[in-house]
Write a protein that binds this ligand. Structure first.
Ligand code: HEM
Length: 321
């Protein structure tokens, strides 16, 4: 009797396992028949947004990251507050900081015009991140598609699972590890801080109170536009890569070797710990960084997608249908 129960339970487990594996099948050709112009439509929309404001490339890459780390890449970050949704947009790591929502909305409405109800917001985020990287001179890759959109968001998961600028290396490794991303993936992905901006509030502590782990000249330059006392100048911006803030290259890693990482979470990647050798390697070898970044973005895009009949295709990205 007991054996029969164990056998049945094992069968159920195996079925569940094989089903979750078969569900996780994303494919670059997912829309080839149902919306052959999806990718070109998104691309046109994203390129024109970045042409208007170059920083948008950075913002879109970050938006995809902050989507994937919370309930998987399911566009949960795009949902606004409603009676049934507590939006992720207002947790500390996102509030007044993640941007690009209107650009995704525009791309979605352009795609809805050509194929209504077919292409998910989660896929648009993934494609936008790739198109953004490519536009500013970064790597390109084939985006796997077929994600569906969530009907839920989770502010509490966003708060506990998105990394913070003050995190230790150990904590960062743990957070990325919990998403199936190893140290090499984490360092490569952090290399997207080769573009974009950060607000004074995120690096104030580092430039005033961290004398041993920061280049003195760099700290003093950054202090000029970031007053010592909060909330003065909290929102003042500085480039994450001081050398080439508008192009996607490997200067971010060269900066870390010189203790010129802007955020604490940048500098901990090169501060005597287990990721030093990876930072060293990427600083010397831009093409390895490029190909590792592309692979890590694909891996990140694979985090817990909703596929098959799970989730929905939202009509607009900010609300459930
Ligand atoms: C390792 C942990 C990470 C931490 C703690 C972190 C934290 C931050 C912070 C605090 C900012 C500045 C936000 C602001 O001041 O408003 C920022 C910006 C940015 N992050 Fe990260 N980040 C991490 C990893 C990543 C990853 C993995 C990616 C992409 C795959 C990424 C992409 C970006 C980009 C592109 C920007 C600039 C955004 C813009 O200019 O709008 N970050 N990050």
């Amino acid at each position: 009797m007991v054996t029969a129960v164990v056998r049945a339970a094992t069968m159920v487990m195996l079925l569940l396992l094989s089903c979750s594996a078969c569900q996780a099948q994303l494919s670059p050709t997912f829309y080839a028949n149902t919306c052959p112009n999806a990718l070109s439509t998104i691309r046109t929309s994203i390129r024109s947004a970045i042409a208007r404001e170059r920083r948008m490339a950075a913002s879109l890459i970050r938006l995809h990251f902050h989507d994937c780390f919370v309930q998987g890449c399911d566009a949960s970050i795009l949902l606004d507050n409603s009676p049934s949704i507590t939006s992720e947009k207002f947790v500390t790591q996102n509030d007044n900081s993640v941007r690009g929502f209107e650009v995704i909305d525009q791309a979605k409405s352009a795609v809805e015009n050509v194929c209504p109800g077919v292409v998910s917001c989660a896929d648009i985020l993934a494609v936008a991140a790739r198109d953004a990287s490519e536009y500013v001179g970064g790597p390109s890759w084939k985006v796997k598609l077929g994600r569906r959109d969530s009907t839920t968001a989770s502010a509490s998961l966003a708060s506990s699972q998105l990394p913070r600028f003050s995190d230790s290396l150990q904590n960062l490794i743990r957070l990325f590890g919990s998403k199936g991303l190893n140290e090499r993936d984490m360092v490569a992905l952090s290399g997207s801080h080769t573009i974009g901006q950060a607000q004074c509030v995120t690096f104030r502590d580092r430039i005033y109170n961290n004398a041993s782990d920061i280049d003195a000249g760099f700290a003093s330059t950054r202090r000029r536009n970031c007053p010592a006392t909060s909330p003065n100048g909290n929102g003042n911006l500085a480039p994450l890569d001081l050398v080439t803030p508008n192009s996607f290259d490997n200067n971010y890693f060269k900066n870390l070797l010189q203790k010129k990482g802007l955020l604490q979470s940048d500098q901990v990647l090169f501060s005597g710990g287990s990721t030093d050798s990876i930072v060293n390697e990427y600083s010397r070898d831009p093409s390895t960084f490029s190909s590792d970044f592309a692979s890590a973005m694909i891996k990140m895009g694979d985090i817990e997608p909703l596929t098959g009949s799970a989730g929905i295709i939202r009509r607009i990205c900010s609300a459930v249908n």
